[in-house]
Write a protein that binds this ligand. Structure first.
Ligand code: NI
Length: 165
């Protein structure tokens, strides 16, 4: 595994629509393994392939809603599609490609996604709260959309200091 460079949102790759993954081969597995390592190193909760300069529809989301004694789980979503949403949440959101900045974004509270795993097998997965927010945020990246385009406003320095993020 190797760390990959995380692009910042001013770089063109972050505003491009990504192409579907068609080959579920060693190259994809290498990409996903590298993304796992990069995400862990950056201490983030999600990462999309375009953030490491690969314009393919692959993202990682960390399932943080796990019992305290269990390890957080990394969900790999290849060619993901949102198939159901419900409820609403409004709160601060950030991105590894927009370091140190947070904005208020409205997202659904519950999101169901259909995706393929690294071997091409389709599955469905449900996320709530932060995980639902993350599904939406990462899938937006595949359309070339960064959260700053979706947020009502960015948080000020003062608000940042008073918030637990
Ligand atoms: Ni992001």
């Amino acid at each position: 595994m190797a760390l990959r460079n995380i692009l910042t949102s001013d770089q063109p790759a972050l505003s491009k629509k990504c192409r579907p993954v068609t080959e579920f081969n060693g190259r994809l597995h290498q990409l996903l393994d590298d993304m796992r390592e990069t995400l862990a190193e950056a201490n983030g909760v999600g990462l999309a392939a375009p953030q490491v300069g690969v314009l393919r529809r692959a993202v990682l989301v960390i399932e943080t809603n796990v019992p305290e004694d269990e390890e957080e789980q990394v969900i790999e979503l290849i060619n993901p599609e949102i198939i159901e949403t419900s409820g609403e949440q409004y709160g601060p959101e950030g991105c590894l490609s927009v370091p140190g900045e947070y904005g208020l974004v409205k997202r659904p509270m519950d999101v169901k996604v259909k995706a393929q795993d690294r071997f091409g097998r389709w599955f469905e997965i449900q996320g709530t709260g932060l995980t639902a927010r993350c599904f939406c945020h990462e899938i937006d990246h595949l359309e070339g959309v960064v959260f700053t385009e979706r947020c009502d406003r960015m948080l000020t320095e003062e608000e940042l200091q008073n918030q637990e993020i």
